[in-house]
Design a protein around this ligand. Structure first.
Ligand code: AMP
Ligand code: ZN
Length: 116
């Protein structure tokens, strides 16, 4: 999609520190990390959010691609054994600022039990 920063990263038009990439998914370091490990796992196809993801089977299959990438990225980032938090922000009140579906993998320190 035009003017979508994550579409541009997926297309290689904007640089990113890529951790893992396959046909369907790209994972790269967040530009403003909140923890020692902060990677975004992003389906390459433009889908705006999880609501839109659930709208048809073809889109829903992207979730499987994201899930398959999770253990690979976790292993690469050294958090597969220690643990991490996987977060999706959806919509304005959910704190979503980039309207291209993505999941934050956050870890590398003790995140505690609570989200906030
Ligand atoms: P969210 O607030 O859930 O939509 O998350 C968007 C995330 O994208 C934020 O954590 C930003 O720091 C991150 N971000 C925005 N632009 C870039 C970029 N060019 N490269 C890497 N991460 C980015
Ligand atoms: Zn996009």
């Amino acid at each position: 999609m035009q003017d979508c920063i994550f579409c541009k990263i997926a297309a290689g038009e904007i640089p990113a520190k890529v951790v893992y990439e396959n046909e369907n998914v790209i994972a790269f370091h967040d530009i403003k990390p909140v923890a020692p490990v902060h990677v975004l796992i992003v389906p390459k196809r433009h889908v705006s959010d999880v609501i839109s993801l659930a709208s048809d089977d073809e889109r829903a299959a992207l979730m499987q691609a994201v899930l398959q990438a999770v253990p690979i990225v976790a292993e690469k980032m050294g958090v597969a054994d220690k643990g991490f938090r996987l977060i999706n922000n959806c919509g304005t009140e959910g704190g979503q600022t980039v309207m291209h579906l993505h999941f934050h993998m956050i870890g590398g320190r003790d995140l505690g039990e609570k989200l906030l």
